[in-house]
Write a protein that binds this ligand. Structure first.
Ligand code: HEC
Length: 124
């Protein structure tokens, strides 16, 4: 009888230990992890074009601002090569800051665009 009680007691202790262990695991993974900026798979079609899509309100349609249509790879790669794309987006001196009248792109989006330009602005 005593042995049976001890067994029950230790079983309860073990269960208790398990429960608190799980509680700690939940707490440890409870914080939302900050997603790192992944610049390792940057492509024109998969990364650059979707980012620049937000500019198409002005740089799209039949009369794009400054004659620059972000939907055209040929035009985007030309602006990448002559420095205007990053110059305007980084708000560098001598360039008209883009997006005009809006907030700068996120650091992560800028890092991806820089990565693409540094790779030679490939049509991939
Ligand atoms: C509200 C309209 C508007 C938005 C949004 C906008 N632009 Fe512009 N953009 C212009 C205008 C207008 C010009 C012409 C220069 C000026 O007036 O500042 C221009 C000029 C440029 C130029 C220089 C072109 C040249 O030939 O001199 C680049 C590059 C550019 N924009 C890129 C972008 C990118 C990339 C985005 C999106 C992140 C963007 N713009 C968003 C209106 C806009």
């Amino acid at each position: 009888m005593v042995i049976k009680l001890l067994t029950l007691a230790s079983a309860a202790l073990l269960l208790g230990a398990c429960a608190s262990q799980n509680g700690e695991d939940l707490l440890a993974s409870g914080g939302v992890p900050t997603p790192a900026c992944d610049t390792s798979h940057v492509t024109y079609a998969g990364t650059v074009a979707p980012i620049l899509q937000q500019c198409s309100g002005c740089h799209g349609g039949s009369q794009p601002s400054a004659g620059f249509a972000v939907g055209s790879y040929a035009q985007v790669s030309t602006k990448a090569a002559n420095g205007q794309l990053l110059g305007t987006l980084n708000h560098d001196a001598g360039y008209s800051p883009m997006p005009k009248g809006g907030a700068k792109l996120s650091d992560c989006d800028l890092a991806k665009l820089r990565q693409w330009v540094a790779a030679g602005a490939p049509n991939n």
